[in-house]
Design a protein around this ligand. Sequence first.
Ligand code: ATP
Length: 501
Amino acid sequence: MNSSMLLARNARKYPKNEAVICQGRRVTYKELDEQVNRLGNALLGLGIQQGDKVIIFMPNVLEFVVSYFAVQRIGAIVVPVNAKFTLPEVEYVADHAQAKAIIVHEAVFASVENLQNVEIKIKTGAEKEGWLDYNGLIEKSDNAEISCLLKEDDYSTILYTSGTTGKPKGVLFTYRNILAVAHMIAIEMEVKPESRMLLMMPLTHSAPLHLFLMSAVLVGATNVLTPTFTPDLLIDMVEKEKTTHFFGAPVAYLVTASHPKLQTADLSSMKWWIYGGAPLSEKEVRHIQQAFKTDNLTCVYGLTEAGPSGTILFGYEHKDKAGSIGKRAAFGTEIRIVNENGEDVKVGEIGEIVLYGEGNMVGYYRDEEATKQAFIGGWLKSGDLARCDEDGYIWVVDRKKDVIISGGVNIYPKEIEDRILEFGGIHEVAVIGVPHPEWGETVKAVFAAKTPIDVEALKAYLSEHLAKYKVPRLYEQVEALPRNASGKILKQQLKVQAMVE
Ligand code: ATP
């Protein structure tokens, strides 16, 4: 089954259900399906064939959804690219993916105006020489049904990683992969035709796209999209559109939690407040639960390469296990914690999370070596270190690549970051290793706070709560920490900065 055909099915089954609401536009499943047919026919007319790669370079807008399903409907492979990428980054992806076409939204057109290495270039908005007009293509084309027989194991999507640790890698998925994780969320999080999904995080990332947009389309639910995120907009959209599900990075919850409007807002339509992509400490979880007045704050853990399937910590489990990522794996996935040889570690011991399931990527596109390295005995390596407690709950200790090795001893930054946040006044922190001539690395804390922090008092607090070797030697207060489009702190960038200072 081709995921775009799910949309066609919903156009018949729920023609009047709203499929997408975005920036004042409201489109039913029937209307969306028609636009998808029109764009699909136009793409066919331009000579785009099954297996060709088509880049989508857009924020969260209606045209993203139309383009995504139109490309898949004709059997081409969709390559959604982070709308914050610069021209050289898009050029790199276009070359690497061997893209035949690109569809760009006018809001981000300036970044790619001079793109040369793609044959067919389409843009929305005002006409521009060298670019085909998106609206013109749709208007001139017709709504004839497109029959493209695709099998579960045909390629559907290549998602490029953010490239924070080197060149972006293309994560290759089949229809089987993306439908598996969409089913997982629909089942685990009760997504129904009457559900209303609020999607403010970029659809170029696997979680908003495969878990949430796709699970909504799977059942005929409504997607409320916004091209940007602000706490104000989040509160407004919930109140106005009576949404039922929201997925956001932890930082989105943290900034909204301290927004004055939240106190009087009517958020009663919301059934599922879902966070993931980065950890939240128990203290942060309590703060958010209280501010949002919810007992259904739900954690999803996963990684792009797994679809992203992984684990879920349900609302009720937060009572005793806040800060954990859940017990066992989500529907359709298996999870283990293993040592370097791929053997299960004992309860309480630290090992690496590995995942097995239908969401797992086929591999990295055109990178056999990286694909080989990504798996151990058929299980996907997450790069996350974790331990399991006596009740079977899994606790992420840290990312393998962020572990600091000082004097031969492993130091897990997350533990130190949690203590620093407990000190008070500091709202975001990253603990990193910086080169040291004797110890290899030494521990540095970079943090943001609204008022100046007394570093000596902070050090004294940490010395009371942590072993001496874990207490950071270096401290830096900054205005804000650098984050990527999905809200993750860019530790690699901080490390490079620390090296040149
Ligand atoms: P890049 O694009 O540079 O590869 P990335 O690895 O951060 O970035 P993702 O696949 O989006 O890209 O991130 C997956 C990682 O995010 C996981 O391996 C884990 O470290 C972290 N993560 C995801 N969900 C959670 C969670 N609920 N709790 C803790 N960490 C999480």
